[in-house]
Design a protein around this ligand. Structure first.
Ligand code: ACM
Length: 289
């Protein structure tokens, strides 16, 4: 059976302490024997930026910054592909990105599409779509990896788009604060017939008297929606599961139904979309009341 050893790493980074966060992360994986390792969102900087100046201090170009350099050396020495969340600086702009680093040192990037809460005041929304990458383990197991970041889970279209583009496995670096993701990802996995690897952080961060608590509970789900491995709400943890990415390829539910082929996109279109639909409904009820 083709095997992919897939892992999440649950961390608790210290705010803006990039160097010591990198050291802590390295010590968590130094003896890990995995083909694919997923770290949380913003894993070297922390999450709750107190100002744009703080974000500018932590953000780095991809490639070329200290975090990408470290990830490259870990990927090479462990012979593993690594996906990790970083604050990306691109000229004057900042993106909440996830970097994919292969054992040969080649790099790709995903920029978070659905920004959460005050991220909207700091980052640009992602402009690279939802990428899927063809990868291979050193033992010759090939698989297709999609990436989404944290709050993207709230939008079923994100995982669906990755599945439609052929992803077998979705890497999901996260800094979850809302409580419902750990029970929603098994649904994302089942409805798209993919493996999902959510790597979350734990701990708390503060800004002007407001606290954000990160909920840990990192997890790996399989295409049946079963949670194969799950971390506690707090604590450094590494979860490792041997999966067969081929399991994701047959998307038939029974002899008559296929999760993706049975979709009916022609029936899904609303006449109006998003905010304009809501606004028009409000206008209609105002004029008819
Ligand atoms: C989140 O998207 N970090 C909640």
């Amino acid at each position: 059976m083709p095997v992919l050893h897939a892992a999440y790493v649950q961390t608790n980074p210290s705010y803006l302490a990039v160097e010591s966060n990198l050291q802590a992360a390295e010590s968590q994986i130094s003896s890990l024997d995995a083909d694919l390792i997923v770290f949380p969102e913003l894993f070297t900087s922390g999450y709750f930026f107190q100002s744009v100046e703080h974000l500018a201090q932590a953000a780095e170009p991809i490639p070329g910054g200290p975090s990408t350099r470290a990830l490259k050396s870990w990927a090479t020495s462990l012979d593993a592909t690594i996906v990790a969340g970083l604050a990306e600086r691109a000229g004057e702009r900042f993106y909440n990105s996830a970097v994919l680093v292969r054992p040969d040192g080649t790099i790709d990037t995903y920029r978070k599409v659905h920004l959460f809460y005050e991220e909207k005041t700091l980052f640009e929304p992602g402009d690279l779509g939802f990428p899927v990458f063809d990868l291979e383990t050193s033992d010759g197991t090939s698989y297709r990896l999609g990436i989404m970041v944290c709050f993207d889970w709230y939008f079923p279209e994100a995982a669906r788009t990755l599945a439609l583009k052929g992803a077998d496995v979705i890497a999901h670096p996260s800094n979850l604060v809302l409580p419902h993701c750990p029970e929603s990802m098994p649904v994302r996995a089942r409805e798209n017939h993919v493996f999902t690897i959510t790597a979350n952080r734990y701990g708390e961060e503060h800004k002007e008297g407001e606290a954000l608590t990160f909920i840990g509970t990192s997890e790996i789900c399989d295409p049946s929606g079963t949670i194969r491995e799950q971390a506690e709400r707090t604590g450094h943890e590494v979860g490792l599961v041997a999966i067969d990415p081929q399991e994701a390829r047959d998307r038939r539910i029974n002899t008559h139904n296929d999760v993706l082929e049975d979709r009916r996109p022609d029936t899904y279109r609303s006449r109006m979309t998003g905010g304009s639909a809501a606004k028009n409904t409000a206008q209609r009820s105002a004029t008819t009341s």
